[in-house]
Design a protein around this ligand. Structure first.
Ligand code: NCD
Length: 319
């Protein structure tokens, strides 16, 4: 696993939450909190990253993650370049490493990478010069660290604690980097009761998600839960054999109002998006009073500002 910290202990890369300490997670959440503003208020702006350049290198589709990394960088005064991978020389067979060496030669300070192949962000991080950072914007089914942080921030915002909470993660957990990063963050921050609910082919293999309980029925997972995190069927990572039919899936596993009533009355409903309404979640739940799905998006930019600032201003060189 690529080392994420510099020799002085500061954060250089963010590839996974798995190896961060509770204190490091709390520090990132505290910093994120300082960037949160109510909708309608002017978002925080500064020149903290003036003179820095951030490149977005996404080889899988993205709406929220890519746009919020871009806005986060710009609101901190950095320059941003979005590489259109289909139009770049990677389409002519250039290797990922040659592409990132080019960006390094152009004085890029941080690369945000999303890739369908496990190990790519770490591989890139291991090859770049020491002053360049890599932030994962989603690595295969493995890791999505800024999503894990924004999920933890959203839970904390609504519940003001982690200890004693019950969190149900529902849906295609096996293929979900979101579930893995949420589990790393929440369990380390003190959520002891994490419940995984999915049909057998969508549950993770047995030796993963240590400490979580597994539920073959939605009802037992939802019972008295404080938060319900719903996941999309990630068909792009499935083989034909585990492809569930959307309508049948909704009938057994879709989060409806009736099912949500099994959770605590003040339970929050989360979803990383993109949502498939009528498949994993009913529209009236997604838009209902318990939904914090849009807050998650707002928290995403706060987290990405915090992470960019943490990584690029702890470098030890003069700004
Ligand atoms: C997710 C992703 O790409 O992992 N989206 C996101 O970043 N918010 C979830 C998904 O694709 O289902």
């Amino acid at each position: 696993m690529t080392e994420q910290l510099r020799p002085d202990g500061s954060l250089r890369h963010l590839l996974t939450l798995e190896t961060l300490s509770r204190a490091q997670l709390e520090r990132l959440l505290e910093r994120s909190q300082s960037f949160v503003r109510p909708l309608g208020a002017r978002p925080p702006m500064s020149q903290a990253l003036a003179g820095r350049t951030i490149a977005n290198l996404f080889t899988e589709p993205s709406t929220r993650t890519r746009v919020s990394f871009e806005l986060a960088a710009k609101r901190l005064g950095a320059q941003v370049v979005n590489l259109e991978v289909q139009l770049s020389s990677r389409a002519k067979g250039e290797s990922m490493l040659d592409t990132v060496y080019t960006l390094q030669s152009l004085h890029v300070d941080a690369l945000v990478i999303r890739d369908a192949e496990a190990g790519v962000p770490g591989l890139v991080a291991a090859h770049l010069a020491p002053h360049v950072s890599v932030l994962s914007g989603g690595e295969a089914h493995v890791s999505h660290p800024t999503q894990g942080l924004l999920d933890a921030l959203t839970v904390y915002q609504r519940k003001q604690r982690f200890a004693g909470l019950a969190v149900a993660i529902v849906g295609d957990i096996r293929h979900s980097r979101v579930a893995r990063s949420a589990w790393h963050a929440l369990s380390k921050l003190g959520v002891a009761d994490i419940r995984l609910a999915a049909p057998p082919t969508l549950l993770p293999v047995e030796d993963e998600f240590a400490g979580c309980t597994r539920h073959a029925r939605l009802a037992t997972a939802l019972k008295d839960a404080d938060a319900v995190m719903v996941l999309r069927l990630q068909r792009e990572r499935m083989t034909d054999a585990d492809l569930p039919d959307g309508e049948r899936y909704f009938a057994a596993w879709g989060l409806t109002r009736e099912r949500l009533a099994l959770a605590r009355p003040d339970a929050i409903v989360m979803h990383p998006q993109p949502m498939n309404r009528g498949i994993e979640i009913a529209s009236d739940v997604a838009d209902g009073p318990q939904s914090v799905i849009r807050d998650q998006v707002s928290n995403g930019i706060a987290v990405r500002m915090a992470v960019l600032q943490e990584v690029l201003t702890s470098r030890g060189d003069a700004a």
